[in-house]
Design a protein around this ligand. Structure first.
Ligand code: SF4
Length: 245
C-alpha cells in the first residue's frame, strides 16, 4: 500500500496524480443540481443542505416556474414557499433563508446574484461552500474549493489532506492543487464519492485510483467485505462450470 506523502513536493506530486486519475475517470463531471442561471443554482444549493441533489431536482422545476427570479421570490408568500420545498427537509428555515436572500439580492444587488465571495457570503443562508458552488459552477470563478461530505471523506482517504474541518481541508487543497483545477476537482471527487468511494464500504476493488490511494482510514475488514461482495459466488466457493438452469 502506498504511504501518505508528507513533504510539500511529494504532497503536490501525489495531488497531481490524484487529479489526473480523476480527470481520466470523470472527464465531464459537472454539478448535479439542475439549473439554468446563477439564481437557480443558488436556490438549489441552499435547498441541498441535508438533502440529496436528486430530491432537490424534483422540487426545483415547479419552484422556478412559480418564482423565476430573485424579484419574484422576494415577494413570495412564506406558506406557499414552504409547501413547495417541504420534501427537502428543514423547510421552514430554508424558506426563511430563501426569502431573506432574495430580498437582499433585490435590495443590494439590483436583483442580480453577486459574483463576489464576500457579497455572496453576506447573503442570508449562504456560507462559503454555497458561495464556492455558485461562483465556480455558474460564473466559472475559482474562488475556492467546494468541500462537502464527499470531498471531505475522499480527501482524507486519498491522502491529499490530513485535516478534519472543511475549512482546513479546503486550505490544504488550495495549496496543493492549481487554481485552474479547483472547480473540476470538487465535481470529480463528489462523483467518485457517490459512485465508488462510498461512505460505509468503499469499492476499492473496482476503483481506478486504487494503485495510488493510501486508503487512509479504510479498514481491512471493510475492504475484504467489499471484495467478497464483488466476487461471483463461484469464485467464492471455488465451484466452476456451466450455469445451472
Ligand atoms: S474506493 Fe478505495 S481505493 Fe478508491 S479512492 Fe476510495 S479508498 Fe481509495
Amino acid at each position: 500500500m502506498p504511504r501518505v506523502r508528507r513533504t510539500t513536493k511529494d504532497a503536490k506530486d501525489h495531488a497531481r496524480r490524484v487529479c489526473a486519475a480523476l480527470k481520466r475517470a470523470y472527464p465531464e463531471a459537472a454539478c448535479a443540481l439542475l439549473h439554468h442561471d446563477p439564481y437557480q443554482l443558488l436556490v438549489a444549493t441552499i435547498l441541498s443542505a441535508q438533502c440529496t441533489d436528486a430530491r432537490v431536482n424534483m422540487v426545483t422545476p415547479e419552484l422556478f416556474r412559480r418564482f423565476p427570479d430573485s424579484a419574484s421570490l422576494a415577494h413570495a408568500e412564506q406558506g406557499e414557499l414552504e409547501a413547495l420545498i417541504r420534501s427537502t427537509g428543514f423547510f421552514r428555515a430554508k424558506s426563511r433563508n430563501l426569502l431573506a436572500m432574495a430580498r437582499r439580492v433585490v435590495q443590494d444587488h439590483g436583483g442580480n446574484i453577486p459574483r463576489d465571495l464576500d457579497a455572496l457570503t453576506a447573503l442570508p443562508g449562504v456560507g462559503r461552500k454555497t458561495a464556492n458552488v455558485v461562483l465556480g459552477t455558474a460564473f466559472g470563478i475559482a474562488s475556492g474549493i467546494v468541500v462537502d461530505t464527499h470531498v471531505k471523506r475522499l480527501s482524507r482517504r486519498l491522502g491529499v489532506s490530513t485535516r478534519n474541518s472543511a475549512e482546513q481541508i479546503e486550505q490544504e487543497l488550495i495549496q496543493l492543487v492549481p487554481r485552474a483545477q479547483w472547480v473540476d476537482l470538487s465535481h470529480r471527487l463528489i462523483h467518485h464519492g457517490r459512485r465508488v468511494c462510498v461512505a460505509r464500504r468503499p469499492r476499492c476493488e473496482v476503483c481506478t485510483l486504487a494503485l495510488i490511494c493510501p486508503k487512509v482510514g479504510v479498514s481491512a475488514a471493510s475492504e475484504a467485505k467489499a471484495t467478497k461482495k464483488a466476487r461471483p459466488s463461484s469464485a467464492r466457493t471455488g465451484r466452476s462450470g456451466s450455469t445451472a438452469r
